[in-house]
Design a protein around this ligand. Structure first.
Ligand code: BG6
Length: 481
């Protein structure tokens, strides 16, 4: 079985990691704009990368520079988008995944009417994509909610944020009606891993953190269901996906206790998709809430909305896999995508300690399709690495080609096994600021951007060796890897 003729090949980014121009066109501050650069990838400290205190926020608000806040400068795609889209066209992209910064449309989240300059920017952007035959795939929320809503409501744990988000989404649907594919919340399950970035929850202002996280998730489920209904009404033939961080976990050994530990991790990883695809909370999660004294504020009307407005497809990110064991102290630990877990001795790791597990992608696709029986979309997969720009402007990234070649080969095998897959967008087609560490030196792209961790550089774009390789993959619809 081959990939479908209209298979959506492309790349994925988020506004806060590429756009820059953080105070241009009336944009307000988002939670991403207060994240500082962290060079550290130490397994013991991995959580520190994504933690933000009230003190950090106050210092960031007083500082209007981009020096310590790389997401404020991104790769300046705001001013380079025509050039970047031309490169994506050259790659043969059928689709480009990006997010709409809420703070460009509603700078604090609470304005009565939207910011026209923000709308105009994205209209131009989408027009340019369309003119180049590239389908937009838009994420409404990708770690960049208005900072004001974090400060005023302590983020998504407050139900008033639901209406504010719905107002934002409605403006997007009405003004960007050419967009057919929408994702509501990027890696929605990440609220329990980094509550500030994903849900605007400031930990030191929160008494019962775990309860607040699950409440925020519930409020996001409700918001997601409401806007799913809305977009179906406003844009005919539109399709909405949930977006899950696929954290594939294997048992460290065949010991039943280890198998159980892995099973429990995977169940917790699946729970958000369960709610958004099946329209109801899984019973095991309700038991977990009881056992952990987590009391959610829900109404029957909200639960009905969730039930009636499930997603059309399931999108997910996949980067690595980890091991779980009954006794974790026996494991050699390593980091993954804002998680830590046991290191699999059969797998190599990237410079940042993430395991490279192509078969894990096939396993993930089969598991997800078997569980949900709905079309899947891989909207993030890629490798962060240190690249070297040679004096002649070339970048020889054979390691990246190898990574993609292996993952795409496993993806094809899953499709051969019967998995229905809409498309594949690599993370990320162009170098950008890392979500977790705000490093520029953690490079993902087929396109190199001349900028270092301190923000020095010309921002000139260069094609890496992998550019030509991915171009050929798309041209042959994945037949030749
Ligand atoms: C995903 C996020 O979790 O992983 C992206 O959706 C992020 O925003 C990507 O960039 C890679 O993570 P990092 O920390 O290497 O940028």
């Amino acid at each position: 079985m081959k990939l479908k003729k209209d298979f959506l090949w492309g790349g994925a980014v988020a506004a806060n990691q590429v756009e820059g121009a953080f105070e241009v066109g009336g944009k307000g501050l988002s939670v991403a704009d207060v994240m500082t650069y962290k060079a550290n990838v130490n397994v013991k400290d991995y959580k520190r990368n994504v933690q933000v205190t009230s003190e950090d926020i106050a210092a960031a608000i007083a500082d209007h520079t981009t020096t310590d806040y790389p997401k404020r400068r991104g790769i300046d795609q705001y001013h380079h988008f025509k050039e970047d889209i031309a490169l994506f066209k050259e790659l043969g992209f059928k689709v480009y995944r990006f997010s709409i910064a809420w703070t460009r449309i509603f700078p604090t989240g609470e304005e009565m009417s939207p910011n026209r300059a923000g709308i105009a920017y994205y209209q131009e952007f989408i027009k340019e994509l369309k003119a180049n035959d590239i389908e937009p795939l838009v994420t409404l929320s990708h770690y960049e909610m208005p900072l004001e809503l974090a400060l005023k409501y302590n983020g998504w744990q407050d139900k008033r944020v639901i209406d504010l988000f719905v107002k934002f989404a409605k403006v997007c649907f009405e003004n960007f009606s050419e967009v057919k594919y929408w994702l509501t919340f990027n890696e929605i399950d990440s609220v329990t891993r980094h509550p500030f970035i994903s849900a605007g929850i400031i930990e030191d202002q929160t008494a019962r953190l775990e309860e607040a996280e699950y409440q925020a998730l519930h409020n996001q489920f409700v918001a997601s269901a409401i806007v799913t209904k809305l977009v179906h009404e406003i844009i005919p033939n539109s399709q909405v996906g949930c977006m899950l961080t696929k954290l594939t976990t294997y048992p460290a050994t065949a010991a039943p206790g280890d198998v159980l530990a892995a099973l429990n991790k995977n169940i917790m990883n699946y729970y958000c998709a369960d709610v958004q695809v099946k329209g109801a909370y899984p019973k095991l999660i309700l038991s977990y809430f009881k056992q952990h004294d987590i009391k959610l504020k829900t109404t029957s009307e909200e639960l009905q909305t969730i039930k009636e407005n499930t997603v059309d497809f399931i999108s997910f990110s996949y980067y690595m896999s980890l091991l779980a064991a009954q006794k974790e102290d026996g494991l050699t630990m390593t980091v993954g995508n804002t998680v830590a877990g046991g290191k699999n001795p059969y797998l190599k790791t990237t410079d940042w300690g993430w395991t490279v597990d192509p078969v894990g992608l096939r396993i993930s696709l089969i598991e997800l399709y078997d569980r949900y029986q709905k079309p899947l979309f891989i909207v993030e997969n890629g490798m962060g690495a240190k690249d070297i720009l040679e004096s002649d402007g070339t970048i020889h990234d054979s390691y990246r080609i190898e990574y993609f070649e292996q993952h795409l080969s496993e993806m094809k095998k899953a499709v051969e096994a019967g998995v229905e897959l809409l498309g594949y967008t690599s993370w990320a087609p162009i170098d950008l600021i890392s979500a977790s560490t705000s490093q520029m030196s953690k490079r993902y792209g087929f396109i190199y951007v001349d900028q270092d961790d301190e923000g020095n550089g010309t921002l000139k774009r260069y094609k890496k060796d992998s550019f030509k390789w991915y171009q050929h993959v798309i041209k042959t619809n994945g037949e030749e890897l």
